[in-house]
Design a protein around this ligand. Structure first.
Ligand code: SAM
Length: 197
């Protein structure tokens, strides 16, 4: 783990504490280890990217993927400020569900507050199926997928349909309520961990 304190001057005290301590503890709880290669799919401005970079350290990588140019610009800006350009790899996509990584390149994918965006559309389950299949491809054998669902009230599909789509490609191994940041607020919600068998 990188001992250096991650400080982005304009960010809130909560976010600073999250990057340096609470976010790292959160990721340890979901079994992230030093040296891991992580995909943060739908990273936005890096709520999970930066504590993950701190935890995996210089031998690990965090692929921070998003379809929004502003999000990727922000990831790049913070990575330079925090001297993490050798750990954080920003990836801008056009929203297509092709992940530009080789087969078996990640120990873990974080899929936090992204599924709700996909399954609020009528073709959501089909799209989710493509995404989870693609995540399975880039995950190492015995690697994991960590999911937090949000905004379930806006979904076009039931949670059972979403869970069974994920479980076509991964096996559910843990389900635990853990405090985490959602936008800029602390919340407690279920974190689901799935394994590639
Ligand atoms: C609600 S934010 C969640 C951010 C972060 N994971 C978190 O929990 O703080 C969802 C992010 O996913 C990105 N996103 C949504 N659909 C995507 C897609 N098909 N490909 C890449 N990024 C996507 C959005 O641009 C946005 O930055």
């Amino acid at each position: 783990m990188t001992k250096k304190n991650f400080l982005i001057p304009e960010e809130s005290e909560d976010l600073k504490e999250w990057y340096n301590s609470l976010g790292v503890q959160f990721l340890k709880k979901i079994s992230v280890k030093k040296g891991f290669y992580i995909l943060d799919f739908g990273c936005r401005t890096g709520t999970y990217t930066f504590p993950a970079a701190k935890l995996v350290g210089p031998k690990g990588r965090v692929f921070a993927l998003d379809c929004e140019q502003e999000a990727i610009d922000e990831i790049r800006r913070k990575s330079i400020l925090l001297d993490l350009t050798n750990i954080v790899v920003p990836i801008k996509t056009d929203g297509e569900l092709i992940i530009p990584l080789e087969d078996g390149s990640a120990d873990l994918t974080l899929l936090y507050d992204v599924i709700g965006i996909i399954v609020r559309n009528k073709d959501g389950i089909k799209v989710l199926n493509q995404l989870i299949k693609e995540i399975q491809r880039i995950t190492k054998n015995k690697g994991e997928l960590s999911v937090i669902f949000k905004h379930i009230d806006r979904w076009e599909f039931s949670k059972e349909q979403v869970m069974s789509t994920i479980q076509q490609f991964f096996t559910l191994i843990r389900k635990e309520s853990i405090q985490h940041i959602h936008w800029n607020f602390f919340e407690i919600d279920i974190v689901y961990t799935f394994k590639k068998e």
